[in-house]
Design a protein around this ligand. Structure first.
Ligand SMILES: C[S@@+](CC[C@H](N)C(=O)[O-])C[C@H]1O[C@@H](n2cnc3c(N)ncnc32)[C@H](O)[C@@H]1O
Length: 277
């Protein structure tokens, strides 16, 4: 199995031969790609991107800070926490420094399962399946709101008797309260053994409240998937029963900033990494 794509990723790619998606309505994966300066977006996505930037220009820096956090957190998980397995849900359209690239550059045997429910991400999934020969990457076209099938299919690639990092970056805001996001995260955590980690980033209107609230209202008028921001206490609830690693639940700019990097301004994102005891 080493260095191969698993059966489910092959199946996903078959689906990717002829992706069918509506380009007339903005989708969050493509708007996010636009904020990041990517090219995998359409006119409706760019229009939504521009109108949200007009409400909150800091959204571009927040999106970039989120990707920089992904690099820092995966590096931490591999080098300091010793994790070699990753379940990255809400992967997004591939860009630079995807989870497997960061992890396998440090530990080539790392095994990564990516999950997203957007057909455009599926269409680009091939770029996520460039595993090192010692490791494995797989892609699942699945919905975070229903963790059961994700866990069952991920078990084809990940060994759930050994620690797994559950990576949920900028995705839980796309689950409404009615989708029971706390139940979803608890179900994922229940499937992994002690010594596993939860790494999470979550958009918030605790920072630059007026602008972020206006931006989210505009975004929700324009995109297919609706965003629910959560405050610090609401984000902290995802970590109930876990042991946060230093510096705990903080603004993305404060989570183990790269000492050689330029200090980042606070962005509209809470982040935290915690260990399952
Ligand atoms: C803002 S992007 C974040 C991408 C990446 N995690 C990052 O932090 O750079 C959110 C991604 O979550 C995906 N997504 C939204 N709702 C989802 C769901 N219910 N199940 C799986 N993926 C979902 C979107 O398609 C999109 O690709």
């Amino acid at each position: 199995m080493a260095g191969e794509t698993s059966w489910q990723s092959a199946a996903a790619l078959q689906g990717a031969q002829a992706p069918t998606f509506d380009t007339s309505v903005a989708h969050i994966a493509r708007v996010y790609n636009y904020w990041l300066g990517g090219k995998d977006n359409y006119a409706a996505d760019r229009a939504a991107g521009d109108r949200t930037i007009a409400e909150f220009p800091g959204i571009v820096a927040s999106a970039r800070a989120n990707r920089a956090f992904l690099r820092r957190v995966v590096r931490f998980l591999v080098t300091e926490a010793g994790v070699r397995q990753f379940l990255d849900v809400g992967t997004g359209i591939p860009t630079s420094d995807n989870t497997h690239e960061v992890a396998q550059a440090l530990a080539p045997q790392s095994r990564i399962v990516y999950v997203d429910n957007d057909p455009v991400v599926l269409a680009h999934a091939r770029a996520l399946l460039t595993s090192s020969s010692a490791g494995v990457t797989a892609y699942l076209d699945a919905d975070l709101r229903d963790p059961g099938p994700i866990l069952a299919r991920a078990a084809q690639t990940l060994d759930f008797s050994r620690p797994v990092a559950i990576v949920l970056l900028a995705v839980l805001q796309l689950l409404a309260d009615d989708d029971e996001p706390y139940r979803v995260v608890a179900e994922l955590l229940a499937a992994v053994p002690p010594g596993s980690y939860l790494a999470l980033s979550h958009p918030t209107s605790d920072v630059q409240q007026g602008q972020v609230t206006a931006m989210v209202a505009r975004l929700n008028d324009l995109v297919a998937e609706k965003v629910t921001t959560r405050d610090r206490d609401q984000v902290a609830r995802f970590f109930a029963g876990l042991e946060p690693v230093e510096p705990g639940l903080v603004n993305v700019s404060e989570w183990r900033p790269d000492p050689a990097g330029t200090p980042e301004a606070p962005a509209a994102l809470w982040v935290c990494v915690a260990r399952k005891p």
